[in-house]
Ligand binder design. Structure first.
Ligand code: SF4
Length: 729
C-alpha cells in the first residue's frame, strides 16, 4: 500500500514553474478586443455545461475575441447562455494545468514533478500493464465524464475494464432516467424531450429552470410563459421559476412523493384522467386506483403542509390543460433515497394526463442515424461494477461512484487503479473525503486527466493536462431533439501550454498498451470526416457551417387513437411496473416520511447558480466576475433566532459535526423557516485555483448522510441538517 499525501499543487512542484507575479495581480483574463482586426470564426460546441449549444469562436488577429451562438442551431435556439459566452475564460484561465505531472518523493516530502509527455504516458501505460498482469484489467475503475470522458471510456473498454462510475450517474439524473424507462420503455435522457413551447401548464418539482441555464429548456419555458401557460412550482424555496408561477407550493422538504400520490388520487377519484389514453396505452390502472385510495389530499396535507384545497385545485388545473400539461421530470433528482420511485410517480402522473407523445407534453425525439467508426469489438471484462455493488442496486446500469471508491480501499480491495477524467470526485461525490484519501493510499495507480487543478488532482500519481474544448476536436453532437442535427466542435486555437486533447492522450496510451487496432487513425478529425461522409456531409462542410440540420423521418407525436407499442415487457406504459415487481421492489410508488433533523438544525438544500456550472467554472475569470461566492439563504424567523443579518458570515456544522468554510448570509422570505439553501460548486480547497479557493462554502462537505436508492444506487443527498456557528466580527 502506498501512502499518498494530498498534494496541494502550488508550492509543491518539484523544480516546477512558479506563476508570474504579473498574472497573480489580476484574474488573468484578457479583455475582448473591439473587432477591428482580421476576424476568423470557428465552429464550436459549448462544453461549459452538458447542454452542448453550438456556436462560433471569434478570434481577431489570432487572439481570443468572443464566442457567440450559431443561428442555425435549433437545439440552443441560436444563443449561448451567460456561461457559454464566458467560455473564453476557460481558455484564458492562468491556473490551467500546464505540464504533465508525476508524484515524487524528495527529501521525504511528496511533490509533483513536471515531466515530458513521453515520461508521463509511459508511466501510466506501465502502471496499467502491471495491474493487468497481476490482477486483470477489470480491476481498474474509471470515473469519466463529458466529451473527453468518452475517449477514455473507449480506451478502458478496449483495455478490458467493466467498471465505469461517472458521478453524473448516481449523483444526478439516473434515477429519473430509469423510472421513465421502467414506465415508458424509454428514458428522458438529455436534452429532455419536453415540449414546453406548446405546454399550457408546466409543473416543476424542485426544478430550477432559470437558475439551471440550459438554453433550449430556458427558451421554451420562456415561450410557454409568454403564451400565458400556468406554472405550478413545488419548491421549499421561491426559486426563479417559482417567481413565474401562478401556484407556488412551498412544500416541506422530503414529502414530494406525498403530493404526487395525492394528485394521482384526485385525478382518479374525480375521474379527471385521460380515459382513452389510459385504456389504450397503459398497464395496471386498476391496481393503481386501488393503491392510491388512502393517499387523499387531507392525508397529504399533514405530510407536505400544502392545503387539501390547493392540492385539489392544482390537480384540476393540470387536468384542465391536459394533454398540453407537462409534469417536468427534473434533472438532478438524487435527493431522498426513494428517487426512482418518486420519478416513477411523476412518470405515472404524466401517463394519467396523457402527455407522453402529445403536443405540450413530451415529443418523440429523433437523432441522426450516424454510423460508428468501424473498430474491433471490445473484450468482455472479467468483472464489472456489480462487484462493488455487492448484490445491491439490481437495476443499476452504471457503477455507483461511492461504491467504486469504497471498493478501492485496503490491500485486498477489488480496484487497484483509477482513471479519472473531468470528474472532481471530492466535490462531485459528497461524504467521501476520508474514503478518497484511504482509496488513494491503497491504489497502485491513480491517473487524473483534467484541464484544471481540481481537488481530485491532489490524490493522483500522474496528472495529464488536457486542453480546453476551444482547442480540440471531440465527438459530433448528435443530440436527441425535435429536429435531428449534427454539430461540430473543432479547435479554434492551438492547445495552450503543454496541454493535449483527450483523444490524443487516450490514443497515445492505447498505442503503448498494444491496443493500436482500436485507434487506427492518426487524428480524430479522420473519424469525424468518415462519419460525416456516411450521412452526406463532410468535415470540410462542417468546418464552415458548424451545424447541419436534417429532416425528421418519424412522427413527432403519437396521433390520436394511433396503435402504439411501448418497448416495455407488456408493450404498454407500465403504471404498474412488471420489472420492479420481478426485481422484488414495489411495483407502485409508496410514501415514506423523510428523516427529521436534530432541534436547532435546518435542512440543507443546494442548487444551481446561473453564472456557474457546479465547481467546474468557479475559477473561470470571466464567470468569477459575475459571481464570486455563494450565499446562504436563511428565513427571517431563523435569522432573528440566531441574530443573523444579511452580509454576516457564518460557518455551518452538520448533524455529524462536519464544519463548513465561511459563507455569507442572505436573509430572505424566499426559503422556508426549516431549511437553508446555497448554490453548489463553491468552497474549493485546491490552492492552485487562485480565484476560487476558500471562497464560499461547499455543500458537498456538509453532505455526510447519504440515502441510497435501493433500486439503482442514486446517492440521496437532501437529508443533511446544519446549524450556525457565528464568525467573530
Ligand atoms: Fe454552454 Fe450555456 Fe449552452 Fe450550457 S446552456 S452548453 S453553458 S451555452
Amino acid at each position: 500500500m502506498k501512502r499518498r499525501k494530498f498534494i496541494k499543487l502550488t508550492g509543491a512542484l518539484a523544480g516546477g514553474a512558479v506563476a508570474s507575479p504579473a498574472l497573480l495581480s489580476g484574474c488573468g483574463a484578457q479583455p475582448p478586443k473591439p473587432g477591428s482586426g482580421e476576424v476568423k470564426s470557428t465552429p464550436t460546441v459549448c462544453a461549459i455545461c452538458f447542454w452542448k449549444c453550438a456556436g462560433f469562436v471569434h478570434t481577431e488577429d489570432g487572439q481570443p475575441w468572443k464566442i457567440t451562438g450559431n443561428p442555425e442551431d435549433l437545439h440552443s435556439r441560436g444563443r449561448l447562455c451567460t456561461r457559454g459566452s464566458g467560455g473564453m475564460g476557460a481558455y484564458l484561465d492562468r491556473d490551467r494545468l500546464k505540464k504533465p505531472l508525476i508524484r515524487v518523493t524528495e527529501g521525504g516530502e511528496q511533490k509533483f514533478k513536471e515531466v515530458s509527455w513521453d515520461e508521463a504516458l509511459n508511466y501510466v501505460a506501465d502502471g496499467l500493464k502491471k495491474i493487468a498482469d497481476q490482477y486483470g484489467p477489470d480491476r481498474v475503475a474509471v470515473f469519466a465524464q463529458g466529451a473527453p470522458g468518452s475517449h477514455f471510456k473507449h480506451l478502458m473498454k478496449a483495455y478490458g475494464t467493466g467498471s465505469f462510475g461517472p458521478p453524473d450517474y448516481a449523483q444526478c439524473r439516473a434515477a429519473r432516467d430509469l423510472a421513465f424507462h421502467l414506465t415508458y420503455g424509454k428514458t428522458v435522457s438529455s436534452p429532455e424531450p419536453t415540449d414546453m413551447a406548446n405546454s399550457r401548464c408546466i409543473v416543476l418539482i424542485g426544478t430550477h429552470i432559470g437558475e439551471n441555464l440550459h438554453n433550449g429548456q430556458v427558451s421554451t419555458f420562456a415561450q410557454a410563459i409568454d403564451k400565458r401557460a400556468t406554472i405550478i412550482a413545488v419548491d421549499p424555496r421561491f426559486s426563479v421559476a417559482a417567481g413565474k408561477a401562478k401556484y407556488w407550493l412551498p412544500i416541506k422538504p422530503g414529502t414530494d412523493m406525498a403530493l404526487l400520490l395525492a394528485w394521482t388520487n384526485v385525478l382518479i377519484t374525480e375521474s379527471l384522467y385521460d380515459k382513452d389514453y389510459v385504456a389504450r396505452y397503459t398497464h395496471g390502472f386498476d391496481a393503481l386506483a386501488e393503491h392510491i385510495k388512502s393517499y387523499t389530499p387531507e392525508w397529504a396535507y399533514l405530510e407536505t403542509g400544502i392545503e387539501p384545497e390547493l392540492i385539489r385545485r392544482t390537480a384540476r388545473v393540470m387536468a384542465g390543460h391536459a394533454p398540453a400539461t407537462l409534469v417536468h421530470p427534473g434533472r438532478h433528482v438524487a435527493w431522498y433515497g426513494d428517487d426512482t420511485q418518486r420519478s416513477r410517480a411523476i412518470a405515472i402522473l404524466n401517463a394519467l394526463l396523457g402527455t407522453w407523445g402529445r403536443p405540450g407534453g413530451f415529443y418523440i425525439p429523433e437523432t441522426v442515424k450516424l454510423p460508428k467508426y468501424p473498430l474491433p469489438k471490445y473484450p468482455k471484462p472479467a468483472s464489472t461494477f456489480r462487484v462493488a455493488h455487492e448484490g445491491k442496486y439490481p437495476l443499476a446500469y452504471n457503477g455507483v461512484s461511492n461504491a467504486l471508491i469504497e471498493h478501492s480501499i485496503g490491500p485486498d480491495a477489488h480496484y487497484k487503479g483509477w482513471v479519472v477524467c473531468e470528474a472532481n470526485l471530492p466535490l462531485a461525490v459528497p461524504g467521501m473525503t476520508e474514503k478518497m484519501q484511504q482509496a488513494a493510499d491503497s491504489l497502485d495507480l491513480n491517473v487524473v486527466i483534467d484541464t484544471m487543478p481540481m481537488e481530485v488532482t491532489g490524490y493522483a500519481d500522474v496528472v495529464l493536462p488536457e486542453c480546453t474544448y476551444l482547442e480540440r476536436y471531440d465527438d459530433l453532437r448528435n443530440a436527441q431533439e425535435e429536429a435531428p442535427s449534427l454539430a461540430l466542435r473543432m479547435p479554434a486555437f492551438e492547445p495552450k501550454y503543454d496541454s493535449k486533447p483527450g483523444w490524443w492522450i487516450a490514443r497515445e496510451l492505447g498505442l503503448r498498451l498494444g491496443l493500436a487496432q482500436y485507434f487506427p487513425w492518426k487524428d480524430y478529425s479522420e473519424v469525424l470526416d468518415w462519419q460525416l461522409k456516411q450521412v452526406g456531409s463532410s468535415l470540410e462542410e462542417m468546418q464552415k457551417i458548424g451545424v447541419k440540420n436534417f429532416p425528421r423521418k418519424t412522427a413527432k407525436y403519437i396521433a390520436q387513437g394511433q396503435e402504439y407499442r411501448f418497448p416495455t415487457p407488456t408493450g404498454k406504459i407500465e403504471l404498474y411496473s412488471t420489472r420492479l415487481e420481478k426485481a422484488g421492489f414495489d411495483p407502485l410508488p409508496r410514501y415514506t416520511a423523510p428523516q427529521e433533523g436534530p432541534p436547532g438544525y435546518y435542512r440543507l438544500i443546494y442548487g444551481r447558480a446561473p453564472a456557474h456550472t457546479f465547481g467546474r467554472t468557479s475559477n473561470n475569470p470571466l464567470l468569477f466576475e459575475l459571481m464570486t461566492e455563494n450565499a446562504l439563504w436563511v428565513n427571517p424567523l431563523a435569522a432573528s433566532q440566531w441574530n443573523l443579518s444579511s452580509g454576516d458570515y457564518v460557518r455551518l456544522r452538520n448533524q455529524d459535526g462536519v464544519m463548513s468554510n465561511r459563507v455569507r448570509v442572505r436573509v430572505t422570505e424566499r426559503i422556508r423557516p426549516d431549511s437553508v439553501f446555497m448554490a453548489h460548486g463553491f468552497g474549493h480547497t485546491s490552492k492552485q485555483l487562485r480565484l476560487a479557493r476558500d471562497v464560499g462554502a461547499s455543500d458537498a462537505d456538509l453532505i455526510t448522510n447519504l440515502l441510497m436508492d435501493p433500486i439503482m444506487g442514486a446517492t440521496g443527498m437532501r437529508s443533511n441538517f446544519v446549524t450556525f456557528i457565528q464568525e467573530e466580527a
